[in-house]
Design a protein around this ligand. Structure first.
Ligand code: ADP
Ligand code: MG
Length: 363
């Protein structure tokens, strides 16, 4: 495997076989949630929803399309594969408790490589109190595929959907935006250097925050908990995988409303701002369209403003309007411009084209 990072160990997968490999990967799993009645080992896992509403989500990741092992260490990849699914559960205002993991690996990978992938998955499960309760393991003719299914739970009436915002609701976003895309640009730059000279050491100093945001995103379950503690039930919610502009328009469209965002309110971290400026990109464009932030975008009633206004991790960036289909951005010089789902900057264009190929029917 051509990776910018060192590899250790090299046990061919054939030495283990399917069952040996499953056992190796799952033997240390101890179930944490009372909803996990039976995990790995039978034909199916057994779960107890205990009167709660269940939410289920799945992501499928294909090597070369969704991840690049040249610069994505396997442990980070495993972590991210779980994290992005937990983010979808968080976006429903639910608590994730189980995941199932399907993997397809070719003989190009070693047992140690698959263990490394799993160590990242189990680390993320551990951090967020989630049980890995099953999966499937198959061989692949080319490349690696990872499919994660996550299950979450919530009380009836507390699951939050995309289509229930009301006109006048405040639009809020957690954390900051554009960092994951900035990190990706730096990794892509170093990959080009590496491809020309495989002995060159990647120059990643000073980019720690944005690299972490790209390689190891965190689901904002802390924000879900904070809102719950404050007694705030969002009126609609979505997680930001494709970019703020596109996700705001999702909330607005699904709720048959318009939306209005303020450029000056967009939260952008200083390292992100500096890196993007150095690369000749507009931080606002990337904050709107960069994608993979995995922050939560949600709406709250104006009456709840006092309950959230002092939360450091939550920023009010705009509001929902009654004009269905009117998606606006108020720029720093107070001009109202149309919000577009895609930035047509050269970099973004390249990326969006990749995405269109990746998410076949999404366009
Ligand atoms: P079946 O042939 O009935 O599909 P498998 O042999 O694929 O069963 O799986 C046996 C058990 O191991 C099941 O409980 C399954 O969920 C679990 N399992 C298989 N692959 C994985 C994996 N990659 N990670 C976690 N659990 C797995
Ligand atoms: Mg199976």
């Amino acid at each position: 495997m051509d990776s910018m990072f060192e590899e250790t160990g090299r046990t061919p997968l054939e030495r283990y076989g399917e069952f040996g490999l499953i056992d190796l990967l799952t033997k240390n799993i101890r179930l944490k949630n009372s909803s996990s009645l039976c995990g790995v080992g039978d034909d199916a896992a057994i779960l107890d929803a205990a009167g709660r509403v269940q939410v289920v989500t799945k992501d499928l990741l294909a090597e070369g399309v969704h991840f690049d092992l040249t610069y994505c260490p396997l442990k980070h990849l495993g972590y991210k594969a779980i994290a992005v699914n937990l983010s979808d559960i968080a976006a429903m205002n639910a608590k994730p408790e189980q995941v199932l993991v399907g993997i397809a690996v070719s003989s190009r990978f070693t047992v140690e490589a698959v263990e490394e992938l799993y160590s990242g998955m189990l680390l993320c499960c551990e951090r967020y109190g989630v049980d890995l309760v099953g999966g499937d393991t198959v061989s692949s003719q080319s490349g690696m595929f990872i499919s994660v299914t996550a299950l979450g739970y919530g009380q009836k009436g507390e699951i939050v959907r995309r289509n229930t915002a009301k006109s006048g609701d405040l639009i809020c976003v957690s954390g900051d935006l554009g960092a994951a895309y900035a990190g990706l640009l730096i990794l892509e730059r170093e990959k080009q250097v590496f491809l020309k000279d495989p002995k060159a050491q990647p120059d990643l100093d000073g980019y720690d925050y944005i690299l972490e945001r790209q390689l190891k995103p965190e689901p904002r379950l802390d924000v879900v908990r904070l809102l719950h503690e404050r007694g705030v039930l969002p009126t609609s919610m979505i997680d930001i995988s494709d970019g703020l502009a596109s996700e705001s328009m999702h909330l607005a469209t699904d709720s048959a409303l318009g939306c209005c965002l303020y450029e000056e309110k967009l939260p952008i971290d200083t390292q992100t701002y500096q890196t993007l400026t150095d690369l000749g990109l507009l931080p606002t464009t990337v904050a709107l369209n960069g994608g993979e932030d995995y922050e939560l975008l949600f709406t709250v009633r104006q009456a709840d403003y006092d309950k959230i206004k002092d939360l450091k991790e939550v920023h009010v960036i705009g509001y929902m309007t009654a004009e269905a289909g009117d998606y606006a951005l108020i720029t720093n010089d107070q001009k109202k411009i149309a919000l577009k789902a895609q930035g047509w900057d050269a970099y973004l264009k390249h990326r969006n084209e990749n995405r269109k190929n990746a998410d076949l029917e999404e366009a």
